[in-house]
Design a protein around this ligand. Structure first.
Ligand code: ADP
Ligand code: MG
Length: 359
């Protein structure tokens, strides 16, 4: 096990990336470490030329990933859009890792992000002592990515103010950044591009200006199509996370994931799977990522407090935490679901009892 809590994708999957590069005969766009086909294989899983197994990172429609990869080979930037927990950040990290071997140039956008965090800042001690110079300039991840021909990732792009977002227009359309203080300009090296993520559900987002929107090709990452696919994603990620946290994985994980997913999908959709009962929808997102969190929390609780047995009781409090984001409304929504749907459902007796007791 590594000493680090988490490694960047290019380190965690270094062997896969090396195997893909070794047998990669496809045409590589300038500055890319792999051909677009090999990048898609890295994301979707498959085999390298020497037979090495490449694990799937993204579970879903391959064409979406192809579009994303093809976009990054053009002069347009990529915007991954979707509700929270649809693997936008995850895909963005793996794309950067596969394409340029470096996923670490990230700008996390918030309402407090200002232009200096996007363009460049100054080391004021240097600035005062020696005046403006390249040594006094503090490059941002964006400026470094431009200089090195790498990908820069903007997380939650629409959270920063529209005026700050618009500083990206020159960078994306002209591929250069003027530094008026030094009477200088940084031109981006080949390979440079931007991957941004944004979600269209949350409060506090600022619309992209139409000028900026035109510089992006938008790929919408959807929620999983069906329950089986969602269960598969969760089982896989829970397995990987349990391993990295050094938690033993209980045998019944897949069965319990299926039950948790069944409940979450119904609440999310606002109706039962068979479409017969209409339900109220909780205020939170109840995404795949939320279900992964519930399972990992449950496994930790099972490991340390329940002799490793993963039961509805160990999962219930985590589930309530995920569903009840608004203490009054969501509690009522869940209560109603328990009484009208779960009470009568075979195989869910444990969930009905523990959720009702803890709610
Ligand atoms: N379709 C999917 N394929 C693989 N992993 C997924 C999928 N959907 C969700 N996940 C998992 O959900 C977790 C959260 O995803 P994240 O990228 O943080 O979501 P977002 O940035 O869209 O809010 C990640 O661990 C990711 O592996
Ligand atoms: Mg994200």
């Amino acid at each position: 096990m590594s000493e680090m809590l988490r490694m960047p994708a290019e380190q965690a999957h270094a062997a896969e990336l090396a195997a893909l590069a070794a047998g990669d005969v496809g045409r590589r766009p300038a500055g890319w470490a792999l051909s677009p086909q090999a990048v898609v294989t890295y994301l979707m899983g498959g085999k390298a030329a020497d037979g090495a197994v490449i694990s799937p990172k993204y579970v879903g429609d391959k064409r979406l990933i192809e579009t994303a990869v093809a976009t990054l080979a053009t002069d347009r930037a990529l915007l991954l859009l979707g509700v929270p927990g649809t693997a936008k950040s995850w895909v963005s990290e793996h794309l950067a890792a596969a394409i340029t071997g470096d996923s670490t140039m990230v700008i996390q956008c918030t309402s407090g992000t200002d232009e200096n965090q996007v363009r460049y800042g100054w080391n004021y001690a240097q600035l005062l002592a020696h005046g403006p110079s390249r040594e006094a300039l503090v490059p941002t991840p964006l400026l470094r990515a431009m200089e090195r021909g790498k990908l820069c990732r903007f997380e939650e792009l629409t959270r920063m103010g529209s005026d700050v977002q618009d500083t990206l227009i020159t960078v994306l359309s002209e591929k250069m950044m003027p530094i008026p203080e030094l009477n200088d300009t940084v031109y981006a090296a080949r390979g440079f591009n931007v991957i941004a993520t944004a979600n269209n559900r949350d409060k506090g987002v600022n619309e992209l200006s139409s000028a900026l929107k035109r510089r992006f090709n938008v790929v919408v990452l959807p929620l999983p199509d069906n329950a089986q696919q969602e269960v598969a994603i969760i089982v896989k990620r829970v397995g990987e996370m349990a391993q990295s946290l050094d938690l033993p994985e209980p045998k019944n994980v897949a069965e319990e994931v299926a039950r948790v997913v069944a409940i979450f999908r119904e609440l999310r959709a606002g109706s039962t799977e068979d479409g017969k009962v209409a339900l109220k929808v909780p205020s939170g997102g109840l995404s795949t990522a939320e279900a992964i969190g519930v399972m990992v929390g449950g496994i930790s609780q099972a490991t340390f407090f329940n002799d490793g047995r993963l039961t509805p009781e160990t999962l219930a409090s985590n589930m309530i935490g995920a569903v009840v984001k608004d203490p009054v409304q969501d509690r009522a929504v869940l209560g109603e679901y328990l009484e009208t749907v779960l009470k009568k459902r075979r195989g869910f007796e444990g969930y009905y009892a523990s959720l009702t007791e803890m709610l």
